[in-house]
Design a binder for this molecule. Structure first.
Ligand code: GDP
Length: 346
C-alpha cells in the first residue's frame, strides 16, 4: 500500500474535515481483518496520529486539544445507556462533540450485542454533535480492544471533544477499557448484596470515579449507603496518582440531578492530570499496552495457522481435557514445533 493510497487520502481528508460518514468508514477499515485493508488502516492511523500531535503542539497545553477519553463500566441494568444519554446531551448542549464507542464482550462470544446499540440512546443518536458506534461484531477481546484503541484515535482526529468508551462488567473487558482511557468511571446501582456481586473487586481499584446512579425517589437512602461503603473502601486503596484520589458521587440519570457536578468533577480530574504531566505519562504507558495487544493478537494468529499446530490442536485439547496429558506438556509440544519452524525459516 502506497503512502498516497486513494482510499486513505479520501478518508483522511474527510476525517479532519469532520465528516461523520468518513469517520464511520475509517472505523470500519480499522476493524477489518482483510490484509490490504489492515495495511490501509495503519497508514491512515499514522497520519491521524501525526495530525493530532501537531494540533496538540499548536495549542497552549500539550494535549488540551485532544479528546478527553472517558471509560464507563457497570453491571447490566446499572443505567449506563440512560447515563450516556443524559451526560451526552448535557455535553452537546454545552457545544461539545461527543463520541460513544462500545466494547461488548458478549458480541465476541454470542454474536449478540449488549452495548452501543443506537436504540438505547434515542436522543443522542439523533444529535448531530454525537457519534455512536456499536461494538465490533466479531473477534476476540484482544482484537476488539485493539480496534477500539484505534477508533478512539480516529474520533480524536475527527474533532470529538469527549470520547466515551462503554463496556459492561463481564469478563476482562472493563480492565481492557481502563487501559485505553484518561479517566475510568464505574457506574453502580443503589442495590446491595447480591446485585453488587457482579462487581469485581479488582475493578474498583482501577476506577478514578465511582458514580452511584439512580439516586432519586425511594432509592436515595440506599444510594447514600452505597456511597458511604465505597468511600470507605476507596480509602484503603493504594494511591495511584499524586494529584488525584478516587472519588464517589451520586447522580440520577433519570432526573439528571448531579450530572453537571459530575462533569465538573471529571474536568477537575482532567485539568489536574494534564497540568501535572500525569495524563501524558498515562497515555504513553497505554501506547505500550496497545502495541503488545497487536503483538499478542498477531502471534496468536500465526500460531493457530501453523500447519502442525492446526493438525494437532483438536487432539491435544481432547487429551488435555481427559487428563491424559498435562496442559503444560501439550503447550510445549505445539510451541516447540512452532519455534522450530521459525528458526528454520530464518
Ligand atoms: P444499562 O444496562 O446499564 O445500560 O442500564 P439502562 O440504562 O438500560 O437502565 C436500566 C434501567 O434502569 C432502566 O429501566 C432505566 O430506566 C433505569 N434507570 C437508569 N437510570 C436511572 C436513574 O437514574 N434513576 C432511576 N430511578 N432509574 C434509572
Amino acid at each position: 500500500i502506497a503512502e498516497d493510497d486513494k482510499t486513505v487520502n479520501r478518508l483522511y481528508k474527510g476525517l479532519v474535515d469532520k465528516k461523520r460518514s468518513c469517520l464511520a468508514e475509517a472505523i470500519t477499515l480499522v476493524e477489518s481483518s482483510h490484509p490490504r485493508k489492515k495495511a490501509q488502516a495503519q497508514i491512515l492511523l499514522a497520519q491521524v496520529l501525526k495530525y493530532c500531535q501537531k494540533k496538540a503542539k499548536h495549542s497552549l497545553h500539550s494535549s488540551s486539544s485532544l479528546s478527553f477519553r472517558i471509560g464507563l463500566s457497570g453491571p447490566p441494568g446499572a443505567g449506563k445507556s440512560t447515563f450516556i444519554e443524559a451526560m451526552g446531551k448535557y455535553l452537546t448542549d454545552k457545544g461539545k462533540k461527543v463520541a460513544v464507542l462500545a466494547v461488548d464482550p458478549s458480541s465476541s462470544t454470542t454474536g449478540g450485542s449488549l452495548l452501543g446499540d443506537k436504540t438505547r440512546m434515542p436522543q443522542l443518536s439523533c444529535d448531530m454533535n454525537a457519534y455512536i458506534r456499536p461494538s465490533p461484531a466479531s473477534g476476540t477481546l484482544g482484537g476488539v480492544t485493539r480496534n477500539t484503541n484505534e477508533a478512539i484515535v480516529l474520533c480524536e482526529g475527527a474533532g470529538y471533544d469527549v470520547v466515551l468508551v462503554e463496556t459492561v462488567g463481564v469478563g476482562q473487558s472493563e480492565f481492557a477499557v481502563a487501559h485505553m482511557v484518561d479517566l475510568f468511571c464505574l457506574l453502580i446501582p443503589p442495590a446491595g448484596g447480591d446485585e453488587l456481586q457482579g462487581i469485581k473487586k479488582g475493578i474498583v481499584e482501577v476506577a478514578d470515579l465511582v458514580v452511584i446512579n439512580k439516586s432519586d425517589g425511594d432509592l436515595v437512602p440506599a444510594a447514600r449507603r452505597i456511597q458511604a461503603e465505597y468511600t470507605s473502601a476507596l480509602k484503603l486503596l493504594r494511591k495511584r496518582s499524586k494529584v488525584w484520589s478516587p472519588k464517589v458521587t451520586r447522580i440520577s440519570s433519570l432526573t439528571k440531578e448531579g450530572v453537571p457536578e459530575l462533569w465538573d468533577m471529571m474536568m477537575s480530574y482532567h485539568d489536574a492530570m494534564l497540568t501535572s504531566g500525569e495524563m501524558e505519562h498515562k497515555r504513553e504507558k497505554q501506547h505500550k499496552i496497545w502495541m503488545w495487544n497487536h503483538i499478542k493478537e498477531n502471534i496468536m494468529d500465526l500460531f493457530k495457522q501453523h500447519p502442525f499446530v492446526k493438525s494437532q490442536i483438536a487432539d491435544l485439547e481432547y487429551k488435555v481435557s481427559l487428563g491424559a496429558i498435562t496442559p503444560g506438556l501439550a503447550a510445549d509440544i505445539l510451541m516447540n514445533a512452532f519455534i522450530k519452524d521459525m528458526n528454520n525459516s530464518k
